[in-house]
Structure formats: structure tokens, C-alpha cells
Design a protein around this ligand. Structure first.
Ligand code: GLA
Length: 728
């Protein structure tokens, strides 16, 4: 049983195969966070062993029954502003009378098998019924506000998800000023926090730092989840690393402004919260209305970051991604962006396509520049009609010619955007996010369509549907190339303007829900200037993401390593591009570029019609290797062995789900003369089994590979290897 309520102790046990999460009602009223960690089927009530608070100094005793001396030391399951807890609250509301104080007390709970979809939001699901849900209903008896805390337990996945629904049962209107999806109070922690930061072409860099007194925020205020931070983080024991230590991982199934906060207070408690960013957010809730928070994903591991990552990976792959491409092998694609940019003709594209077919590529993706009069990034977004000067027979004609070559056809679109120089803008100048009377600040020469408006969402759904129905297109690269500014909507009343960022995300999700329903056979790839919106919310609609505009193999080591903390290889679009690399000017061997791209979903972004015969042969080998082993990287378990953030060497290992095949990827970032070879020890093999190295037929025992390992040269820059080991 995933969820049990023990009446005598008023404790809820949320159990997965290896973990437990325990909530306890204080005096039958206030939900406390009692425990999250290794599986534990019985614990005395906090109040009886007093370990939580007795030794703590009193600061404020508001609403705090003995033996707890201070609300400020209580491990609260859902901390609310205003009654004595001085830490960051998960919830704050403004009432009509100006009060911001809410007192939430337990009313009832419900435990059931299954899990409902969250209205209007992407959310996790289970196809095999191995999920149970607990709903704890809390109410404020003075104001009539009702809050439901939902917990879903994915027993076999070792994952718990949380979300919160607020309902206004009071007479007046309230404004939600803050609502976190999950809050976790830990009371004896000496933690580090690990989060992902970055920028354009430099996504997913890892930073780990001690949790010290005060509050840290890792957030986005740019309208999308963004390049600068990611809605994912972990708090972990100081000694935790890839294979040992307690790690508490958090993810948010959301693509807009988010906030992760980690706070250590004077009493040593550490509170970690994740949810919609309260900055520039408020939501008006009239009598009878409800508001649903996005869903947070919680993963505990007692064996370091590696286990945490594998739990996130399998959960996102199987309980979040949807559609036929969830498990289906993805096409190897050639994308013309770095090959031609805007400067292409149909015959140039077909030359690339023919060469692509020769080496085993499955799909041609036509990137930016095929519509309106777009020959640079300064016009035509919104005018999604074909440019017949470039494509004389239209998209349909090109699609037909590609099909004759033997390739599927995909296109790039940026449907959420509008160029001031477009017919769409000339006809609907108020359709963009803007503030009347103020300058409309451009970024990449474009403005953002106001997706809080139903008419705008309908226009996007209809336009994209029109193209997909008419043109036999099997893939869309869905791009979004700027951050929000001048945030205002022509339709929202003044007192709802701060709802715009969240309404935008809801509008986007409604469009994607409709399009994925109408076109289930289309593979959507998520992009936002690379990985600027690579988040679990988008994964629900699009099973893969172009994870960075930086296609340099060395930069990709950092980007893909960082992304792999939370996101599986099956979601990472990775392309081989030309050298010197267009982003950093570096020249790396084609072999390394291929090996780096084989760590994700393989594609090429190169003018193959100019590639040498030798290069084409090597690419053909890469593609055939990929097709042979892609299920190992896409569905197997991943182990990070050597971090490029710690040394000039990176190594990853994948084990197929039948445990028969092991792939070991190694990369030298910066070679040094006379450097001793690097010894790489593998993980999670069967000690007494033997494995044969397919490259040289040598046999090794599992215990040798795990204790002694294989050695790799590192006396030269950019040496890369993929070692294939088969159980024998
Ligand atoms: C963004 C994407 C690129 C490319 C360009 C086209 O920058 O990340 O891959 O599609 O847009 O304008």
C-alpha cells in the first residue's frame, strides 16, 4: 500500500519501495512534516519523542502548543504566512479587509488509487495503475478559504508528487500572493544545495554550495523557465556525491516564472520550497473559484545524486512524456540551420537531403526562414505562409521531393512570437504583450504574442493546425526566442495584470494540448534559443528538447552533464555541426562531435553536400552505431562516472534495461603531455558476470570493471571513446 493513515498517531505514511514520507497532524489540526528518507514503516509521533523542538530557543509562541516552544522551529508541511513562523511561507493571501493572515486547519482527507490530471496544467500520470493519491483538506474557519494538499505516490518509481489547490469558499474576493507547490522542512540538516544555472549557449552549469543562514533563491522572472536557472534542484548532505549520501531532489512541472528557495533559520531548520514565482504574481479568486498550483516532483535518494537522477529519468520518461514518441525510436535528423541559416534555395536543401539519405538520416528539418519575407531575424514571425521565392512548390512540394529522396519532413516554427514587420502585427497591433503608451522593447527584433488572450491562442492553434494538416509534416521544432518585457495585456483589467505571466503559460499549455491531440503522429521538439525552456512542463507535450544552441562538443560535455542531473538522455537533442564551431570557434574531431551527440538524441546540422567522403563515412558509422544502441541510451540507466566540472575528463555509462549491454563514453577535454592514463571504474555491473569488450574482444569480470576499471589515454585533446561491453 502506497499510502496509509494511522489513526492512533494521526500520521500519514506515504511509502515507495525504498522511501517514506510521513506527515503528522499536530493536535489533530496542523500538518507537520515528520519524515522523508529511507523506507520507515513506523515512527512514534513527533510530539511524543519531542526531538523536533524541545531544545530550541523560543522566539514566538503564537499558536504553538507545548512541547513545541516556537512555530519557528516546527517542521510544517504547508507553512502559511502570519501566525508566528518567521520563515518564508508557502502560502500568502490578501483578503478584502487588508488582512494577510490565514490559519489552516485539518478538515478531512481522502486516499484513493489513481491520480487526477491537474486542470489546465501538465502533470504526471501512471498507465499501470501503480499510483495512489492522498488529499488533505485544510480550511480557514474565519475566511472560508479551503486548501487541498495533494500527494501522489508512485510506489515503484520511488517518486512522490505534490500540488496544492486553493478554493475560495468565503464571501469576498481574495488575492493569492504566493503559493508554493511543495515545501520541505528539515530540522537537523547540514546541507549543500545543488542547482543549475547558465545562459544562452551555456545552459545547465552545476553549482553546489553550502546552505548557510538566510535565504537563497534560484528563480526565473523572464516569463519562461529560462536559461539562467532551471526548475530543478537538490539539497544534499555535505558528504553526498554521485554514489553516497542523502539527496532530496525537486522538480517543477511548469514552464513559466518559478522559484526555488532554500532557507536556513537561526534554529538550524532548512526549508526548501518550489513553485510559481511570487515575484510579479497575484491571482484574484472570487467566491467559489479555485486555483491549481503546478505539480512538484520529489525524489529522495540515500545513495547520492546518481540514484536521484535515475529516478527522475525513469519518471520523466515513463510518467510525464506522452504520445507515440514516448517509447518510439526517434528519427535521426538533418537540420539546415547551421548549414545555411536563412540563405537557402530548394535545390540547396535537396542537395543536403540527398547526402543525408546516403548516410542513414531519416528526416530533413527545415529551420527558420521558409515563411513570409524572412531572410534575417528581423521580420515575418506571425506570417506563417510559405515563401515561394525560396520554395517554388511550397512546403508541400518540398515535402514531396524529400519523400522521393526517402526522408520525412519537419519544420521550424516560432508560433508564440510576432515581428513588428509582419502582416499579423499590422492587423493586430494589440495582440502582443505590451503596455499602452510605452515603448515595446524588442528582443531579436520580435515581440511576444499575448497568450493570456483566447483569440490569440485560437489563432495560433488554427494556424499551426492548418500547416500540419496540409503539408504532411512529421516533426515541428517549436521555438521561443525571447524573454518577457513590458508585461501587460490589452484585455486584462488593471487588477489582473499580474496574472499575465501565469495566464500566458496556461494559454501555451492549452495550445499544446490541442495540437498534440489533433496531431498525435507529429514529433514536437522543444526549443527556446536552445535550452531556454527545457523543463518538465514542456516534456509533457514534447518528448525531446534542443538543449543548447551551442553545438561545440566540448561545451556540450558541461551542458549535457548538467542537464543529466534531472533530465534523461532521451529528451536531449544533440547535433553534430561543422568546425570551426560557429559558437566558440573551436575545432574538435568529427569523432568527438559524434560521440558527444550519441549521448542524446542524434541529429546533424551541417552542410553535408560539402562534407568529404571520409567525413560522410564516419557519419554513416555514427548513425548506424546510434541505431543499433539508441535504446540503451534512451531507455537504459545512466551513471555519471567522471565530471567535466571537476576534471578535464568526462565519462558516462549506460546499462540497457535487460542488463546485457553496457556503453561507456569517455572524453578528454584538455590533454596534457605524458599524462598518466585515466582509470575509469564502472558501476552497477554484476560482480560475478563476465563482459566482453566488443572493440577488442577482451573479457573482464564485473568485479574487475567495478574495482579496477578500464584505462584511457589523456595525453591529447579531444580523444573520445565509446566502449561497448556485452555480458557473455
Ligand atoms: C533559435 C534556435 C536555433 C535556430 C534559430 C532560428 O536560436 O535555438 O536552433 O532554430 O532560432 O532562428
Amino acid at each position: 500500500m502506497g499510502i496509509v493513515f494511522k489513526e492512533e498517531t494521526e500520521q500519514f505514511y506515504l511509502s515507495t519501495v525504498h522511501t517514506s514520507y510521513i506527515i503528522e497532524l499536530l493536535a489533530g489540526k496542523i500538518p507537520l512534516h515528520a519524515y522523508w528518507g529511507k523506507r520507515l514503516d513506523d515512527m512514534p509521533p513527533l510530539i511524543s519523542w519531542g526531538g523536533v523542538a524541545e531544545s530550541r530557543l523560543p522566539i514566538c509562541d503564537v499558536n504553538c502548543p507545548p512541547p513545541f516552544q516556537s512555530s519557528n522551529s516546527l517542521p510544517l508541511e504547508f507553512p502559511v504566512y502570519g501566525t508566528g513562523d518567521m520563515r518564508e511561507p508557502a502560502f500568502c493571501v490578501l483578503y478584502e479587509n487588508g488582512s494577510r493572515v490565514t490559519v489552516l486547519e485539518y478538515c478531512e482527507h481522502k486516499i484513493y488509487t489513481g491520480k487526477p490530471h491537474l486542470p489546465g496544467l501538465p502533470s504526471s500520470y501512471s498507465e499501470d495503475g501503480d499510483v495512489q493519491t492522498l488529499e488533505i483538506v485544510l480550511a480557514d474557519h474565519v475566511t472560508g478559504l479551503c486548501v487541498t494538499l495533494s500527494y501522489s505516490v508512485f510506489e515503484n518509481k520511488d517518486v512522490i508528487t505534490r500540488s496544492v489547490r486553493v478554493k475560495n469558499n468565503g464571501a469576498g474576493t481574495v488575492r493569492i500572493e504566493k503559493l508554493a507547490s511543495a515545501s520541505f522542512d528539515s530540522y537537523d540538516a547540514d546541507f549543500d544545495v545543488l542547482h543549475l544555472h547558465g545562459d544562452w549557449a551555456r545552459e545547465f552549469h552545476i553549482e553546489r554550495r553550502p546552505v548557510q543562514y538566510g535565504v537563497m533563491h534560484f528563480d526565473s522572472k523572464c516569463g519562461k523557465s529560462g536559461h539562467l536557472a532551471n526548475p530543478a534542484a537538490a539539497v544534499l548532505e555535505r558528504n553526498a556525491d554521485e554514489t553516497v549520501g542523502d539527496v532530496y531532489g525537486f522538480g517543477l512541472i511548469y514552464s513559466g516564472n518559478f522559484d526555488i528557495s532554500v532557507e536556513k533559520n537561526s534554529l538550524g531548520s532548512v526549508r526548501t520550497m518550489i513553485g510559481i514565482n511570487s515575484f510579479d504574481f497575484s491571482w484574484k479568486l472570487k467566491h467559489g473559484e479555485s486555483f491549481q498550483s503546478p505539480e512538484a516532483v520529489l525524489v529522495y535518494s540515500d545513495s547520492g545524486l546518481g540514484t536521484m537522477s535515475r529516478r527522475f529519468h525513469s519518471f520523466y520518461r515513463e510518467n510525464l512524456c506522452r504520445g507515440i514518441y514516448k517509447n518510439k525510436e526517434r528519427p535521426v535528423l538533418i537540420n539546415n540551420w547551421e548549414a545555411t541559416y536563412f540563405d537557402f534555395t530548394e535545390s540547396r536543401l535537396l542537395d543536403i537531403a540527398k547526402a543525408a539519405k546516403q548516410i542513414g538520416i531519416d528526416m530533413f528539418v527545415l529551420d527558420d526562414g521558409w515563411f513570409g519575407k524572412r531572410n534575417s531575424a528581423d521580420s515575418s514571425l506571425g506570417d506563417w505562409f510559405c515563401n515561394y521565392k525560396k520554395l517554388p512548390d511550397g512546403l508541400a512540394g518540398l515535402g514531396k521531393k524529400l519523400s522521393d529522396v526517402g526522408l520525412k519532413f519537419g519544420i521550424w516554427m516560432e508560433p508564440e512570437m510576432i515581428s513588428p514587420d509582419s502582416d499579423l502585427y499590422r492587423n493586430h497591433p494589440d495582440w502582443c504583450i505590451h503596455i499602452n503608451g510605452r515603448n515595446r522593447n524588442l528582443s531579436r527584433n520580435q515581440l511576444i504574442l499575448d497568450l493570456s488572450r483566447q483569440d490569440v491562442c485560437d489563432y495560433i492553434t488554427d494556424t499551426v493546425s492548418g500547416i500540419l494538416s496540409a503539408e504532411n509534416i512529421s516533426y515541428v521544432k517549436w521555438d521561443m526566442n525571447r524573454c518577457f518585457s513590458d508585461i501587460g495585456s490589452a484585455l486584462l483589467p488593471a487588477d489582473r495584470q499580474r496574472e499575465l505571466p501565469h495566464r500566458y503559460v496556461l494559454g501555451l499549455y492549452s495550445i499544446l494540448e490541442e495540437l498534440t491531440l489533433r496531431f498525435p503522429y507529429v514529433l514536437f521538439e522543444n526549443c527556446s534559443s536552445g535550452g531556454g525552456r527545457y523543463d518538465p512542463g514542456m516534456l509533457y507535450y514534447m518528448p525531446q528538447t534542443w538543449c543548447s544552441d551551442d553545438s561545440d562538443a566540448l561545451e556540450r560535455m558541461y551542458i549535457q552533464y548538467g542537464a543529466s542531473l534531472f533530465y534523461p538522455a532521451s529528451t536531449m537533442g544533440a547535433h553534430v555541426s561543422v568546425c570551426p564551431n560557429h559558437q566558440v570557434g573551436r575545432t574538435t574531431p568529427l569523432k568527438m562531435r559524434g560521440d558527444a551527440a550519441l549521448l542524446g538524441v542524434l541529429g546533424y546540422e551541417i552542410d553535408l553536400s560539402c562534407s568529404s567522403r571520409q567525413e560522410l563515412e564516419l557519419m554513416a558509422q555514427q548513425i548506424s552505431f546510434y541505431k543499433k544502441y539508441r535504446n540503451v541510451t534512451a531507455r537504459g540507466d545512466m551513471y555519471r562516472l567522471c565530471s567535466p566540472f571537476k576534471e578535464s575528463f568526462a565519462a558516462w555509462q549506460f546499462i540497457s534495461d535487460d542488463s546485457e549491454t553496457v556503453l561507456l563514453f569517455t572524453f578528454v577535454l584538455n590533454g596534457r603531455p605524458a599524462e598518466v592514463p585515466k582509470r575509469v571504474t564502472l558501476q552497477a555491473l554484476e560482480l560475478k558476470e563476465y563482459y566482453v569488450n566488443e572493440n577488442d574482444n577482451r573479457r573482464y569480470s564485473g568485479e574487475f570493471l567495478m574495482n579496477v576499471g578500464l584505462t584511457y589515454r589523456r595525453d591529447e585533446d579531444y580523444i573520445s571513446n565509446i566502449t561497448v561491453l556485452k555480458k557473455c
